[in-house]
Design a protein around this ligand. Structure first.
Ligand code: SAH
Length: 224
């Protein structure tokens, strides 16, 4: 009987351990210092969150297409946003924009209870299958994420992975006192990655984490 080992199983090739280690070193070099985040990114198989034809490029530090004009975020962006969220030591996190499901899986790998919302039905169906295949229990909803998830609010942290011209007020309302909201805000050509901290007295402070480029936050839902 012959064993059919994939490169990832034996730790070589474009999806193996060496490719992942290179990515981790790259992230370290670009300022990601939180070992918990680096570990989660090393552990979650990013190649399973893209089409098979792109799997060999999954551990490059780039965004990649996932269909429907959407992208899986660049690992550096995922790392940066995850680091910012962890400041709130969150137990429950809301994500707007499931996309491939990768960011949600990275948060789940950190032991966070994840609630994720996606407006494109086809993308959500594929992401749900990935969660199942990986044995990850991630709660998800097919909806316009700009309304948040009021039945499950408040959240310790909220992450928006699509760009809008302004902050969504409804999301800020669903953030618990002491919580952190991370979102790209600005024009479609480029945004600032904002980290908002809601103080215990309800006062909100904002920090600019750098320039990013996200796909747009759109309204309504689509089935396919
Ligand atoms: N976090 C994703 C990034 C996907 S790109 C990942 O790790 O792969 C952003 C996603 O946000 C797209 O799938 C897009 O369809 C979705 N999106 C855009 N506007 C939305 C909205 N109003 N509600 C929910 N999802 C939205």
């Amino acid at each position: 009987m012959s064993l059919r080992l994939r490169p990832a199983d034996v730790g070589i090739g474009m999806t193996g351990q060496r490719a992942r280690d290179r990515l981790i070193e790259d992230l370290r070099g670009s300022g990601i210092a939180d070992e918990r985040v680096l570990n989660a990114i090393r552990t979650v198989p990013r190649h399973q969150f893209v089409d098979e034809a792109l799997a060999s490029r999954a551990y490059e530090n780039n965004a990649l297409p996932i269909g429907h004009g959407q992208t899986i975020s660049q690992p550096w962006v995922v790392a940066k946003m995850t680091e910012a969220l962890l400041r709130a030591a969150p137990k429950r996190v809301l994500e707007v924009g499931t996309g491939s499901g990768y960011q949600a899986a990275v948060l789940a790998a950190l032991g966070v209870k994840v609630y994720t919302v996606e407006r494109i039905g086809d993308l959500l169906r594929v992401a749900r299958k990935r969660f199942r295949d990986l044995g990850m229990h991630i709660r998800s909803k097919h909806d316009d994420g700009r309304i948040g998830w009021p039945e499950e609010a408040p959240f310790d942290a909220i992450i928006v992975t699509a760009a809008g011209p302004a902050l969504v007020e409804a999301l800020l309302e669903q953030l618990a006192p002491g919580g952190v909201l991370v979102a790209p805000v600005g024009a479609s050509s480029g945004q600032a990655l904002l980290c908002l901290h809601k103080q215990v007295d309800g006062e909100v402070s904002s920090e600019d984490l750098g320039a990013v480029s996200f796909v747009p936050l759109l309204s309504g839902v689509v089935d396919r």
